[in-house]
Structure formats: structure tokens, C-alpha cells
Design a protein around this ligand. Structure first.
Ligand code: IPE
Ligand code: IPE
Ligand code: MG
Length: 237
């Protein structure tokens, strides 16, 4: 890959702040989650023009099952609807959808929507959107390690391949280049711990429902000012 055509970026986003967005407006948390779905659409639409090849969105963590049952069911309903309604637009726009995480705790209807969305968008080559649902990085690493037991010593690249398989990532994704978290929180909350080994981190106070093309462009501009060294000595040091 030459300097003139940099590799497409893998951008991962911890979409946080839906609840606070709603609270500030005197609305129920569910209204924040619905508004957050609009931000997902804007961000997916803007991603290809920002040089992004893979966009991984944290939609529901394994720990989010601990939220009140009505909030969990609102979130699952929105995810089901997103997969059902967006898949045609994804096909039209060359977007490949993939859902990462575990599937055995999801209800049968959402699993069916995941499988349909993945099958129907599989030829999309402009952008891969990975949606993390019932995702825990530590569980994923433990599952990949389990699948590696009995195998000869693995390189980190081989382990990455097992990890992608453990989370059903089709296609397998490269390491994360840029991790964005909205809402002012500065933590990883069990997201892509292995894949973010050399990710640049960008934190913004913007609440997720207010995120969109401009905010994404700002984060990419910040990323482009960083000097990634991967442990080496920079030529400009
Ligand atoms: C992010 O918004 C959505 C999910 C975690 C599912 P939150 O619901 O965490 O919003 P805050 O953090 O309470 O504002
Ligand atoms: C992380 O946000 C999970 C998602 C964005 C889906 P949380 O709001 O659940 O994380 P904590 O609890 O603040 O760490
Ligand atoms: Mg939160």
C-alpha cells in the first residue's frame, strides 16, 4: 500500500450517552435509544467518504443484560428493526453487515434477522459495518483461547483469526485504527481489548444521538494528526 492510498481504516465506536441525552430533554431513556439509531444511520452513510473500510459499533454489551428488562427489550427491538429495515439500503450502498458477539442468548427472531442481513449484504465491498451485540471482549478472548487449546503455539495473527471466528466476524476484521467513545466517558467497557492494541483513542463529550458526519470527520482529522509508531522510532523524531 503506497502513502498515496492509505489502507481503509478500521474505526470502532463506543456509542454512549443515549440515556443522558434523553434525561436532559426530560424524556425516557428509550427515546434516547431511538434517537441513537438515527446517529447510526448518519455515521454509516458518512463512513466511506472518510476512508473507513470497517466500522465496528458497540450496540449492546454482555453487561447490558443487567439493565432493567424494559430497557433491554427496547434495545433488542431497535436492533431487530435496524437489521430488518436497513438491509436493503445496505445492499444498495455496498455495505456489508456483520454482527459480532455471542448469539446463544439472543431470541430466535433477532438471530433470524442477523442471519438474513448477513446473507443478503454479503457481497457489499464498499464498507463493512460490524454491530456488536451481546459482546464482551474478555469472553471473546477466553473463547478464542479455548478454541486454540491443543493447537501448536500460535502467532498473534493466528490468534486474531481465531478471535474473529469466536465472535462470528464475517469477514474477519483487521486491528482497530481509531477508537471513538462519545459522552465524555474515558474507558473501554470490555470492547475490543485485543484488537485495540495500537488503536488511537479519541474521546468526545458529544452524546451519541448528536453524533454524525461532522463529528466523525473531526475524529478522523484528530487521528490524522497522530504519529503512530507501533513501538518503532519515528522517522521525524
Ligand atoms: C449507550 O447509551 C447505549 C447502550 C449502552 C446500549 P447509554 O444507555 O449507556 O446512555 P447513558 O450512558 O446512560 O447516558
Ligand atoms: C458501553 O456503554 C456499551 C455500549 C455502548 C453498548 P455502557 O454505558 O454500558 O458502559 P459503562 O457501564 O458506562 O462502562
Ligand atoms: Mg452509558
Amino acid at each position: 500500500v503506497s502513502a498515496a492510498t492509505p489502507a481503509p481504516l478500521h474505526v470502532a465506536i463506543i456509542m454512549d450517552g443515549n440515556g443522558r441525552w434523553a434525561h436532559r430533554r426530560g424524556l425516557a431513556r428509550s427515546a434516547g435509544h431511538r434517537a441513537g439509531a438515527g446517529a447510526v444511520e448518519r455515521t454509516v452513510e458518512a463512513a466511506p467518504s472518510q476512508g473507513i473500510g470497517t466500522l465496528t459499533l458497540y450496540a449492546f454489551s454482555a453487561d447490558n443484560w443487567k439493565r432493567p428488562a424494559d430497557e433491554v427489550s427496547t434495545l433488542m427491538g431497535l436492533l431487530r428493526r435496524y437489521l430488518r429495515r436497513e438491509r436493503r439500503r445496505c445492499v444498495e450502498n455496498g455495505v456489508r453487515l456483520s454482527v459480532i458477539g455471542r448469539r446463544d442468548r439472543l431470541d430466535a427472531e433477532i438471530v433470524r434477522q442477523i442471519e438474513r442481513a448477513e446473507a443478503e449484504t454479503a457481497s457489499g465491498s464498499r464498507l463493512t459495518v460490524r454491530i456488536a451485540i451481546d459482546y464482551s471482549a474478555r469472553e471473546a478472548i477466553a473463547a478464542a483461547a479455548h478454541s486454540a487449546s491443543g493447537l501448536p503455539a500460535l502467532s498473534t495473527a493466528d490468534f486474531s483469526a481465531l478471535l474473529n471466528r469466536a465472535i462470528h466476524s464475517s469477514p474477519p476484521a483487521p486491528d482497530v485504527d481509531l477508537l471513538i467513545r462519545t459522552s465524555g466517558e474515558k474507558r473501554l467497557s470490555d470492547f475490543l481489548l485485543w484488537e485495540c492494541a495500537y488503536a488511537e483513542l479519541v474521546f468526545t463529550d458529544t452524546l451519541w444521538p448528536d453524533f454524525g458526519a461532522d463529528e466523525l470527520a473531526r475524529a478522523i482529522a484528530e487521528f490524522q494528526k497522530r504519529h503512530r509508531r507501533f513501538g518503532m522510532v519515528s522517522a521525524t523524531a
